[in-house]
Design a protein around this ligand. Structure first.
Ligand SMILES: [Zn+2]
Ligand SMILES: [Zn+2]
Length: 155
């Protein structure tokens, strides 16, 4: 049986329906596309919107029918008559870099790729810098070894 968290995550809009862009969590169960501004709701947002529009005392079956949210998720969201995400539930994971909604980890795929590229760039620059310093200094004394090193880099 899947947990509330898993069921809830199923309904979280990670990608924009209109353009496939990344969704940014705006609070209150609503999300906005970072590319085109399209908005979407997760299960929490859908139930909240429905209750805001129709009054807070709707039978669970009516809410489920109108929002498409499963009874199991509703049960958790409406526990004790309150609409809330259970405490300790990591349903709103956000990318630490750009703030968009992610399923796991600390960064979204795009930021992860960006960072990888940056790290690679840094490594290349560091290598270049080290090579420069070596040419200025040690290379004079240990020409043989350095030559072998340089050759290996070119292969
Ligand atoms: Zn979009
Ligand atoms: Zn990101």
């Amino acid at each position: 049986m899947s947990s509330f968290e898993e069921m809830f995550l199923e309904g979280v809009p990670y990608q924009c329906d209109a353009c496939g862009g990344r969704m940014l969590y705006k609070g209150g169960g609503s999300y906005e596309c970072m590319e085109c501004g399209e908005t979407a709701l997760d299960d929490f947002g859908k139930v909240k919107e429905f209750l805001d529009q129709n009054g807070g005392t709707q039978p669970m079956t009516v809410i489920a029918e109108n929002t498409g949210v499963s009874i199991a998720v509703l049960n958790q969201l409406l526990k004790d008559g309150r609409l809330q995400i259970p405490p300790g539930c990591k349903v709103y994971l956000r990318c630490e870099k750009c703030g968009c909604v992610i399923r796991s980890g600390r960064y979204c795929t795009k930021c992860e790729l960006d960072m990888l590229r940056e790290i690679k760039q840094l490594m290349v620059e560091e290598k270049r810098q080290r090579a420069k310093e070596e040419i200025k200094g040690t290379v004079v004394r240990r020409t043989g070894a350095k030559m072998r090193f340089a050759d290996k880099d070119h292969l």
